[in-house]
Design a protein around this ligand. Structure first.
Ligand SMILES: Nc1ncnc2c1ncn2[C@@H]1O[C@H](COP(=O)(O)OP(=O)(O)O)[C@@H](O)[C@H]1O
Ligand SMILES: [Mg+2]
Length: 259
């Protein structure tokens, strides 16, 4: 029997407050693949990311989300992270009074700490953690002072995204969803973030990049591009589809799609 796809969405109907936003989404992503999900504002892209992350406000009416063949909709958000999923959000939260280093230590211990056999977690040794943090920051060209700053407090758009990339580097996930990682970034910040992602990416992983614009895709190259319109994926193709959307906008799809 062949191995199950890394990530699979099957006939997903989901929404918020009883209202259906996703109207039958199907998507399969294998290891070694980068997919882009594009679409106009309000089409349901973030809803898909929130459902996959296990956001409590969203409801699933029908369908499944499988990760390594397991239905993750039955798992808590922390369990999804322990399985190797990572989600970077469009609007990251601020945690005043918690330094970047402490936040990362908690995150790494919760996701990667080993079971101590008593229902708890063995913590990563502080020395080992500091070494790992230093190495990852060097690799990503992030200044050491960053580790002592409070999470997202007073961070610029670019710094917030950098914090996310550093978190991703520390957690070493196998599957990442990045929701509008490019929004609000100037061209230098966009370059830093995409360089970071490209450094972290390897053939054992897969990634779903959610983006409204084509420009992120100049820096991180997807092999597959999907377009979401009114809660459905109405078109899939290769990188040329993203270029076509950039040139023609989304309206031509609205006319051809039967939504
Ligand atoms: N908290 C909410 N309550 C009600 N409707 C919502 C809520 N959040 C999003 N929506 C609606 O869901 C639809 C999809 O939104 P979203 O998933 O954020 O789209 P996208 O990320 O593609 O811009 C939109 O029509 C939006 O108005
Ligand atoms: Mg969105």
């Amino acid at each position: 029997m062949s191995e199950a796809p890394l990530f699979q969405v099957e006939n997903l109907h989901a929404g918020i407050e009883g209202e259906e936003i996703l109207k039958g989404v199907d998507l399969t992503i294998n290891r070694g693949e980068i997919h882009a999900l594009m679409g106009p504002n309000g089409s349901g892209k973030s809803t898909l990311a929130y459902i996959v992350a296990g956001h409590p406000n969203y409801e699933v009416f029908e369908g499944r989300v499988l990760y390594k063949g397991e239905n993750v909709l039955e798992l808590g958000a922390d369990e999804r992270a322990q399985l190797g999923m990572f989600l970077a959000f469009q609007y990251p939260t601020t945690i005043p009074g918690v330094s970047m280093a402490n936040f990362l230590r908690l995150a790494v211990n919760s996701v990667k700490g080993e079971d101590d056999g008593e229902g708890g977690k063995k913590r990563i040794a502080p020395r080992e953690f500091r070494k790992m943090l230093r190495e990852k920051m060097q690799m990503l060209n992030i200044d050491e002072s960053f580790a002592t700053r409070y999470l997202n407090e007073g961070f610029s758009g670019g710094e917030k995204k950098r914090a996310e990339i550093l978190q991703m580097a520390m957690l070493e996930p196998e599957f990442c969803i990045m929701d509008e990682t490019d929004s609000g970034l100037d061209i230098d910040a966009l370059r830093t973030v995409s360089e970071g992602v490209n450094k972290l990416y390897n053939d054992n992983m897969a990634m779903l990049l959610i983006t409204h614009y084509q420009r992120l895709l100049n820096h991180i190259k997807p092999q597959f591009v999907h377009v979401m319109l009114e809660g459905q994926i109405v078109q899939s193709g290769g990188p040329e589809l993203a270029e076509e959307l950039e040139a023609k906008g989304y309206d031509w799809l609205k006319e051809t799609a039967s939504v």
